[in-house]
Structures are given as structure tokens and as C-alpha cells.
Design a binder for this molecule. Sequence first.
Ligand code: PEP
Ligand code: MN
Length: 333
Amino acid sequence: MIAVLKPGTTPEQTDHLVQWLKNMNLDVHISQGREVTILGLIGDTSRVDMDLLGSLEIVESVKRVSEPFKQVNRKFHPQDSVIEVGDVKIGGGHFAIIAGPCSVETEDQIIEVAQSVKASGASILRGGAFKPRTSPYAFQGLGEDGLKLLLKAKQATGLPICTELMNLVHLDLFADVDIIQIGARNMQNFDLLKEVGKTKKPILLKRGLANTLEEWLMSAEYIMSEGNQNVILCERGIRTYETFTRNTLDLAAVPSLHALTHLPVLVDPSHATGKAWLVPPMAVAATAAGADGLMIEVHNDPAHALCDGAQSLSPEKFAEVSRKVQRIREALK
Ligand code: PEP
Ligand code: MN
């Protein structure tokens, strides 16, 4: 971190500031120009409040020269992280498709979808039991009963399961869940992040509705700083001024994240587009952009889905996408 001091700052004022910084366990390199003094802060600057430093009367500007995230940073962990979910691996060349309905609705529905997506290439089953719905009047998910049905589908197919945790009071119910999803709306629910960070379970951290890559990585840092290294990122589109699609899929996030972090990056083209017909091309594009996997909503009867039917693929369409994605992966080898 670099702090540029205002012209006219006296040596006493500079000394005072340097001492303040040294008290934070930092070394300070002073570069004394003819007009301007620049302080180079050396050490762990992650705890320095940039805004506070910048607001001091003698400080002209403050600039970070290294990222504020450490554990997620590729600089300190150059090799790709591979996250293991049962027998399934994600990251470092291992590709996984998580597929299933937006919400668990009935036993027949979840088992039928689980069997069909397994047959056509998905290696993890998704399904919401606790649903973050925009309207309080919309279907809120089956809750604990939904989790039980998901576990039945896991037993029936052997597929690991991924489902969203919204409230810490439910954490104990997630003992047999293989991946805990933290949804877009909770990406910055820091208490939730800290608690799932104390578990050993893989955490699928979706990107917030309007969050930057840095904010997202800081959320991953929250989980990792509590000891849980099993974090998977999932780009699911962000809000922009475009309204044609439900969100705007930020595909550049995939290679950007690969440069910034060692964590695996998935793409969810379903929530990113909101339209079933846009899911296949975006799934293919995400794969080509280097995603480590996909999350795709699949329903056995999209027209009658209780949630997100418009963006859900039929099992047949999913099978087609899965084949195309496989071909892209072959081509990239
Ligand atoms: C979901 O995956 O069902 C979901 C609600 O996604 P998001 O948090 O990305 O909106
Ligand atoms: Mn959904």
C-alpha cells in the first residue's frame, strides 16, 4: 500500500504518521521527493483502513498495490485447488455439472430429475429446499421436508447433493448435504460465511447480485479464514442496465478469477439468463471460457415448475447441452 502525502507536510507530521503505521506492525519505506513524500507500507496491510488513512489531513491519496485477499489469492497458492465432493472432483482440470430443479417439489419429481441428469452427465444433484424468493407470497420451498426428499434422491442415484442454506438455525439439518450453497443474496451475509467457514463441507459461493470480483473474493476469504478451504465460486450473472436477460452473465469473470484465485469457478447460465433457450449457448460459452463446471436448472415438467420454470431445461434438452459441453471440453484439450 502506498500513501502519498500532501505538499507542505512537515517532518514532524510525517514522523507522527510513520509511528502510527509502525504501531500497526508495518514497516514504512519513506521516499522523500522535492515536493512530495511517498510512504510505502510493507507487511500485512489487510487490516489498514484505507478510507481512514486517506481522510487524514496530510494524506493526499492512498493506493493498494496488492490485493486485500490472501488465502484465496493465487499468488500465495499457485496451483489450482481441487475440491472433492464424495468421488467427484472440481477444479484443476476436473469438470463437474451440478444439475437439478430450482426447488425440490415432490419425491417423484426430484428422483426422476436426478436419474435423468445422472444418465446424461451430471455428477451432482441440485435442488432448493429453503428458497430465497423475491416475493413472500411465492413458493418458499419445502424446507426440512425438501431436504429429506433430496436425501432420498441421493440414496436412489448415488449423486452428491447441493442445496442452499439461508439461515444458520438450519445448519444442523445439512449434516448429510454434500455441498452447501450460499446464494447470491447472502454472498455478503458475513455471519453465515463465518459459520460455514467453521465446517469442513464444500461451499458453493454464488456471486452477489451486484458485487465486484474483489468483494466476492473477500467473501470467499471470510470462509477460508475460518479454516474451510473447500470453496467453489459460481458466477450467476450480475445486475446491469440490460433487462432482456434476467441478469448479465459476466463470462470474463471466469478467466479473471482464474488469474486472481486458485479456487474453482463454475458458471450458472440458468439464473444468469432467465431463459431456457439461452442456457445451452451460454453453457457452451462458459465451458469454452474455462469454467471448471456448470450449474444448470433442469425440471421434468418446466411448464409446471413451482419456481424458475422459464429458465429450466427439460431432461432431453439437458442431455443435448451436456453432450455439447463434452465436445467443447474435448476440443480444448
Ligand atoms: C438458486 O441457485 O436456486 C438461486 C436462488 O440462485 P442465486 O442465489 O444465484 O439467485
Ligand atoms: Mn432457481
